[in-house]
Design a protein around this ligand. Structure first.
Ligand code: NZQ
Ligand code: ZN
Length: 387
């Protein structure tokens, strides 16, 4: 196990009706809030009205910026930065999913930066200041509600890039599982896939003697798998929605990466796809993760066999660990399919026209992944396997 410092400063407020706390929590950071949201689901559900009421009850002034799209765009981030500068905003309140939160984070780091915010995503600038961010989460998926990262798409060149810094972790995140009852099945399934991918990225490590975090990863994966079909078949099942929602946060709050080095190759390979095709990130991962597994499993057959056995209850064949490992990959793929995810690019209507470009763009800052280092040709081969 490697040495580590673990500090996740996001205060989690979890449970029914907890969005009524948003005024109180926001008031700890000032009296003027940028209310940031997406395409309209929060207005249809009535959440918008409840949030506004709670903020007004605490005398908080609201400036609004809606319209965040899935795969959030840098153009709206730039608009948000200007608004925050003109209006002297104290806190950015993101009400929505990963896209809204990521957009809020990018605005928050850009407000006190003199240059263009995209500089953070090219590596030309580093984060030194960040406005406080608060969250009311409406979809368990990206884990951005307590993660240190933001992922933004630049329409010029279809670049989707990430930046990470502890300063970007939200100050508070309100998680009410009831808010997720109205999610379309497809979004629920994309979220489930994404949170599983966040655990898998951490699970496939070269670090030895990480038994506790292995077991935490396995337990979280099993919990998600056990409740996935319940939330899809019975969307208003509070208990199942609550398990999935909390699992989504734990999957990506970095507890599960303590003492180990994660991989993250599949995420980078996927971001090239959603950057170009505007596919939901979770759907892209359902396609790429099994392909990545098939490409790299020989690097550590024992770890893949452990995964098959402990997560999917595949009996270990002591004479043929490879067979056990492959069975685990098959089960992963079958599970993604069973919840309605595409598992090939063809199922998502994506052809091979950009394979070379995506492999080149994805590796232009160096090889991807840590479990196995992937160069341009490897990434191309993984797209081929995902066809
Ligand atoms: O915009 P609205 O109308 O709210 O609709 C959204 C959106 O269309 C809808 N939705 C959200 N909550 C809803 C709802 N519809 C009905 N009822 C509700 N309660 O769902 C759609 C998808 O929302 P989005 O925010 O895009 O989903 P998600 O949370 O999966 O976020 C995806 C983004 O997060 C990034 C991804 O790359 C992608 O851009 N990621 C961010 C990470 C991070 N910051 O740590 C890590 C992840 O690996 C990921 O890369
Ligand atoms: Zn993800």
């Amino acid at each position: 196990m490697q040495d580590f410092t673990f500090h996740n400063g996001t205060k989690i407020i979890f449970g029914k009706d907890q969005e009524q706390m948003v005024g109180q929590e926001s008031s700890l950071y000032g009296s003027k809030v940028l209310l940031h949201y997406g395409g309209g689901s929060i207005k249809e559900s009535g959440l918008y009205d409840r949030v506004v009421q709670s903020l007004h009850e605490k005398g908080i002034e609201i400036v609004e910026l809606g319209g965040v799209k899935p795969n959030p765009r840098v153009s709206l981030v730039r608009e948000g930065i200007t608004l925050c500068q003109e209006e002297n905003i104290d806190l950015i309140l993101a009400v929505g999913g990963g896209s809204v939160i990521d957009s809020a984070k990018a605005i928050a780091i850009g407000v006190n930066y003199q240059g263009d915010v995209w500089d953070f995503f090219t590596g030309e600038a580093t984060v030194t200041k960040c406005l406080p961010i608060g969250v009311v989460l409406t979809i368990p998926a990206a884990g951005s509600e307590s993660s240190s990262g933001t992922v933004i798409t630049n329409e010029e060149g279809a670049y989707k890039r990430a930046v990470g810094h502890d300063m970007m972790r939200p100050k508070f995140a309100i998680l009410n599982p009831v808010l997720t009852y109205i999610l379309p099945s497809y979004q629920t399934a994309c979220g489930i896939t994404d949170m599983m991918a966040h655990i898998l990225e951490r699970y496939f490590t070269n670090e030895k003697h990480v038994d506790l975090t292995d077991r935490l990863c396995e337990a979280t994966l099993k919990t998600i798998i056990n409740h996935a079909h319940t939330v899809l078949d019975d969307p208003t099942n509070y208990h199942a929605r609550a398990e999935i929602m909390w699992a989504g946060t734990l999957a990506h709050n970095d507890l599960l990466s303590t003492g180990r080095v994660g991989d993250w190759g599949s995420h980078d390979i996927e971001h090239e796809i959603s950057g170009i095709y505007d596919l939901a990130h979770g759907a892209g991962l359902a396609i790429i993760f099994p392909a990545w597994m098939k490409y790299v499993y020989k690097h550590d057959v024992t770890r893949f066999a452990q995964f098959a056995n402990r997560v999917w209850d595949v009996e270990i064949d002591l004479n043929d660990l490879e067979k056990t490992a492959l069975e685990g990959i098959k089960k992963t793929e079958e599970f993604f399919h069973s919840i309605g995810m595409p598992v090939t690019l063809a199922e998502a209507n994506i052809g091979n026209e950009h394979f070379e470009e995506m492999a080149k763009k994805g590796t232009e800052r160096g090889p991807l992944g840590n479990f196995v280092k992937l160069h341009e040709a490897d990434v191309y081969n993984i797209y081929q396997l995902a066809k």
